[in-house]
Design a protein around this ligand. Structure first.
Ligand SMILES: Nc1ncnc2c1ncn2[C@@H]1O[C@H](COP(=O)(O)OP(=O)(O)OP(=O)(O)O)[C@@H](O)[C@H]1O
Length: 265
């Protein structure tokens, strides 16, 4: 692996249930500092692709073929041990509903300390890492004394991202990371994603159905329909001048794109 190698390289990924192909990604790479979005209507196969990339379909009835390489380690067919070592320290998942993804019985501080301990980070180093991650996501450390239900949705989502940053994840996969949040908080989380990509060189793979959001943060976009990629390319090109009628229909369904058209937050 050299610095220019992509963090994530997907080739010929196909996921079937009972012989029916529900998702496929022929070719996808995400480099350091890059945000790639997968868009499409409900049921187009976005989340299935994301979960396969994270190795989360390994113990299910899904038939996964192709190759998913995260920092040079193959995910498809990998042992649970290999997947465990990748999760957290190399790749992390940020879910749609942050509060639901955080253990409700633990204060956030205990939760983050426990995650670090599980990844072999000692107490002395943990304090520095937590403080650095909380600064990165602009959260006050006082929040660590609270439980997940005692913080706002936006704070919980920032905390979920802080957890990934703290563990050193270089690839963060996010499934609809802002759709459970209200509009102003959505913008804050989008700005955070973009900033972490730029400042920390984190690679992001974001599943979304909201094209306005995608236009604000993504460098590249992949448009999926019925389990197949119909269009892919730089965000400005795909959303600014779509070649496929399905992409055009998705764009037509967006009530308002931000003034000035596509561009980063
Ligand atoms: N465990 C499963 N068994 C059988 N089919 C499944 C399973 N999980 C997902 N599917 C099917 O795979 C297809 C793609 O679903 P997926 O959740 O990936 O779509 P999506 O684009 O992420 O949609 P949404 O935005 O609603 O989450 C759907 O037709 C779904 O019914």
């Amino acid at each position: 692996m050299n610095a220019a190698s992509p963090v994530l390289q997907v080739t010929g990924l196909s996921i079937q249930y009972g012989g029916r192909r529900v998702s496929s990604l022929p070719d996808l790479s995400v480099a350091r500092g890059e945000v790639v979005a997968i868009v499409g209507e409900s049921g187009s196969g976005k989340s299935t692709a994301l979960t396969a990339i994270l190795g989360l379909l390994a113990e299910t009835s899904a038939d996964v073929s192709g190759s998913v390489s995260v920092l040079g380690t193959e995910v498809v067919g990998a042992s649970e041990r290999t997947l465990r070592s990748l999760r957290g320290s190399e790749m992390a998942l940020v879910m749609q509903s942050p509060q639901a993804s955080l253990n409700p019985t633990m204060r956030l501080g205990r939760l983050i300390h426990r995650a670090l301990r599980r990844h072999g980070v000692g107490k002395a180093e943990a304090a520095g890492r937590i403080s650095d991650a909380m600064t990165a996501v602009r959260l006050d450390e006082q929040i660590l004394d609270r439980y997940a239900h005692e913080v706002s949705g936006g704070q919980a989502q920032r905390f979920a991202i802080a957890l990934a940053v703290c563990l050193g994840a270089q690839l963060i996969a996010a499934d609809e990371p802002t759709s459970a949040l209200d509009a102003t908080v959505q913008l804050e989380v989008l700005t955070l994603i973009r900033r972490l990509a730029e400042e920390r060189r984190t690679a992001w793979l974001v599943v979304a159905h909201d094209l306005a959001m995608v236009s604000m943060i993504a460098d590249h976009v992949i448009v999926m329909r019925d389990g197949e990629v119909v269009e892919t390319g730089p965000t400005r090109a795909v959303l600014g001048d779509p070649t496929h009628e399905y992409t055009r229909a998705l764009l037509d369904a967006v009530p308002t794109l931000p003034a000035g058209g596509v561009g980063h937050v």
